[in-house]
Design a protein around this ligand. Structure first.
Ligand SMILES: Nc1nc2c(ncn2[C@@H]2O[C@H](COP(=O)(O)OP(=O)(O)OP(=O)(O)O)[C@@H](O)[C@H]2O)c(=O)[nH]1
Ligand SMILES: [Mg+2]
Length: 360
């Protein structure tokens, strides 16, 4: 999973990237030019810790996400759209996490003068909307041209595309991000090869700075979107402390948990993802699947052979395994279920796949 941190210059992207990943990339006035920092981080999950304590395995492996700190957006919309490299980078992200400056600090002048989260949020969104609009209009022009030249082979497909892209154009014209549109699976498929940025889930991250509790932050009433407020600089400092020091620090500032935990959970939700676990003496491991995935699809995350040769899965709920105290106790209680290929995996399932290995 690739999560792209974007935002206006000096919004606090790198500070938040450091807070979420424990990195120590330099912050402060940047060049404003296109630049990317990436870091891979384990997905914190207390269930994995509990399971690891239960099985005492040789290896404990958390799920992983990649964060990318992507500088280069400006909030200024010109008719040419985004540069190719910037657009390509953004297009590979599974979701976008928009850092919005909401902290007051006279030693850090805002490039636009006053601090105004509402304006900044609208400004950056405007840039993404315009970029999508340019792509949609280019496609509509091509569709028109094909019609004029009489080179339309598949009339039905042409009609479908025309209707779809006109719908996208109307939404964007009304400043509505494309993620708000309810599209049929066939339409979704048509869009797969277009780099439409406002179709991606968006988590708005208000960087509220110290004591930002009383701020009036704008709402973000869109589909597959979320909002989170965090104290960027403070959280960055916490992320660089040793775990026991960090705990004391969090307590002192009255922060329930580091925001990096919450941000990852929110991202999983936005992307419709969940976790299942494999356990044993050799390895306890968390895996990520799309919500609604079947047992063979989950098996495919582990290895394609497990999906192809899938026979059955032994499944238990995490809470039942913890309550039973171990796999043998769980079996004795008859709580280890045998599930077939139609079983829909639930968040927190403990899964063991029975499969027939491929013939060599
Ligand atoms: N007081 C305060 N300052 C902050 C906070 N977060 C970021 N800053 C400061 O704001 C400035 C910009 O932060 P960066 O994280 O570098 O912002 P950026 O979006 O990565 O900037 P560019 O990459 O140059 O576009 C730096 O001087 C930070 O120290 C915060 O929570 N409180
Ligand atoms: Mg930066």
């Amino acid at each position: 999973m690739r999560l792209g941190i974007i935002g206006l210059p000096q919004a606090g992207k790198t500070t938040i990237f450091n807070a979420l990943t424990g990195s120590d990339r330099p912050v402060g006035p940047g060049s404003g030019r296109f630049e990317v920092n990436t870091a891979v981080v384990p997905v914190p999950d207390p269930r994995v810790d509990r399971l690891s304590a239960m099985f005492n395995p040789r290896k404990t492996i958390y799920a992983q996400v990649t964060y990318a700190d992507i500088a280069g957006l400006s909030g200024e919309s010109d008719k040419t759209g985004l540069s190719g490299p910037l657009l390509n980078q953004l297009a590979t992200m599974d979701d976008l996490e928009q850092a919005v400056r909401a902290f007051e600090d006279p030693t850090v002048p805002h490039p636009a003068g006053a601090v105004d989260p509402r304006r900044d949020l609208a400004g950056l969104d405007g840039e993404l909307l315009l970029n999508d609009m340019l792509a949609v209009e280019r496609k509509l022009e091509r569709l028109d041209e094909d019609l004029r030249k009489g080179i339309v082979k598949d009339k039905a497909m042409h009609g479908l595309e025309l209707a779809l892209f006109r719908r996208l154009q109307a939404a964007l014209g009304a400043e509505q991000p494309l993620r708000d549109l309810d599209l049929a699976p066939a339409e979704e498929k048509l869009l797969a090869s277009y780099q439409l940025l406002t179709r991606k889930p968006m988590l708005v991250v208000f960087n509220v700075g110290e004591g930002g509790a009383g701020l009036d932050l704008p709402a973000y009433p869109h589909t597959r979107s979320g909002v989170v407020a965090l104290q960027g600089q403070l959280e960055m400092e916490i992320a660089q402390l040793a775990p026991d020091e960090a705990a004391a620090f969090l307590q002192e500032y009255g922060i329930a948990e580091p925001s990096r935990f919450r941000v990852i959970r929110l991202s999983y939700d936005l992307l419709g993802l969940e976790s299942f676990f494999t356990v044993g003496e050799d390895e306890v491991r968390a895996w990520t699947v799309r919500r609604g995935a079947t047992a063979p699809e989950a098996a495919g995350e582990i290895h394609t052979d497990l999906q192809k040769g899938f026979i059955r899965a032994e499944v238990a709920a995490y809470a039942e395994l913890i309550a039973a105290g171990g796999l043998n106790e769980l079996k004795a209680k008859g709580k280890l279920r045998l599930e077939g290929k139609d079983y829909v995996v639930q968040d927190g399932d403990i899964v063991h796949v029975r499969f027939s290995p491929p013939a060599k």
